[in-house]
Design a protein around this ligand. Structure first.
Ligand code: DGL
Length: 355
């Protein structure tokens, strides 16, 4: 090929790359919002992986544990909270969600990573999955071992999360959870083990993909509506209606319903046995609560599978809602958001069939 033609082709390629904003060395800008958790946790000994103190190190210290980040992204970091995630509340979700939306509005920002305690990480992730208004990646990550431990899992989780948040492939897939090399959907994922580093699983569907050498490999896509496709917007919310969860077991009874109503619940999720089954006494008390305008959702304590409408309980007659395959803690989030829009149980059932 003549030298002049080769030079012309090289120039055309360079202009094409610059036009798309791509260039050989342009790194994505990723915003890291830190909230605490074990990934920021520490202990006196490097062999202590249980009984450490969560949420002790600031975001700069957490980021400094991953020098390789400098090669893959430009990072804008912020300490939004510093807490163990068992202390997270819906009020925290609202603050965090508004901060995420604000960060994503900056056209220079490729994506957001949230470092978070693992205990309630799935709840924050699902709330954001339903309320963030952008198709840019939002990736939550954390760790099961404190930052001071031998083989701490936080640094590689953080590296993978930042890499993922900077990719085009992660766009449009809703809020993602990155743990232990797995890319999981916020809707389907739950913490399944008290100490194991592979604790985050999606029992009914598995991970969306995996991270390998800083690149995502996707094999599945989320099937349900999320982010831009929902009717919920965190920026429009100032509070969430109170929704309580009841737990079914041999001998559970109406006293739980009485307590939830006394606490001011506007919605009740029952984590029932099996297919969301209800003991007669609990069913009667929930029917009375429904008659008083409280929304009732039947979920299951089993951890996987689908609670089917009118499957064993006459939801049509009782005015109850079936939670599909959402866990009780996820069903609570969707019900709370639904109650900001409507109190019609059939419209809310359509939301559980959609999100
Ligand atoms: N206190 C727990 C939390 O902040 C520790 C578990 C963890 O972060 O992995 O969720």
């Amino acid at each position: 090929m003549p030298t002049a033609l080769r030079l012309l082709l090289a120039l055309l390629l360079l202009f094409a790359m610059l036009g798309t904003g791509l260039s050989a060395d342009k790194k994505p800008l990723v915003v890291v919002l830190a909230t605490g958790g074990t990934i920021a946790g520490g202990a006196d000994s490097d062999t202590t992986t249980i009984g450490y103190k969560a949420a002790v190190f600031g975001v700069d210290r957490v980021l400094a544990s991953v020098p390789a980040l400098a090669k893959v992204a430009d990072i804008r970091a912020e300490q939004v909270f510093q807490l163990a995630s068992e202390n997270m509340t819906p009020a925290h979700w609202l603050i965090l969600g508004k901060r995420v939306n604000q960060a994503l509005k900056d056209p220079a920002v490729s994506g957001v990573v949230i470092t978070h305690g693992t205990d309630t990480l799935e709840e924050t992730a699902y709330f954001l999955h339903l309320t963030v208004k952008s198709d840019k990646p939002v990736v939550l990550t954390g760790s099961m071992r404190p930052a001071t431990a031998i083989s701490a899992d936080g640094p590689l989780n953080l590296y993978n999360a930042v890499c993922l948040a900077g990719t085009a492939e992660a766009r449009g897939k809703g809020v993602l959870i990155l743990m232990n090399d797995a890319i999981l959907s916020a809707r389907d994922t739950t913490k399944t083990n008290t100490f194991a580093t592979d604790t985050f699983r999606a029992p009914d569907s598995g991970p969306l993909g995996f991270m390998q050498l800083g690149r995502p490999l996707f094999y599945r896509l989320p099937a349900r509506a999320h982010t831009l496709a929902t009717e919920f917007a965190v920026d429009a919310l100032t509070a969430l209606p109170q929704v309580e969860i009841l737990y079914g077991y041999a001998g559970s009874n109406a006293s739980q319903v009485t307590s939830a109503l006394a606490a001011g619940a506007k919605g009740i999720v029952n984590a029932g046995t099996g297919n969301g089954s209800l003991p007669d006494g609990t069913k009667a008390a929930l029917a009375q609560a429904r008659a008083r305008g409280v929304l009732v959702v039947r979920s299951s304590r089993t951890g996987s599978g689908v609670v089917t409408r009118n499957g064993g309980v006459d939801d049509d007659a009782l005015g109850f809602v079936a939670a599909d395959n959402l866990t009780p803690q996820k069903a609570r989030i969707l019900l709370a958001l639904a109650l900001t829009v409507t109190s019609d149980p059939l419209r809310i059932q359509r939301m559980f069939d959609t999100y």
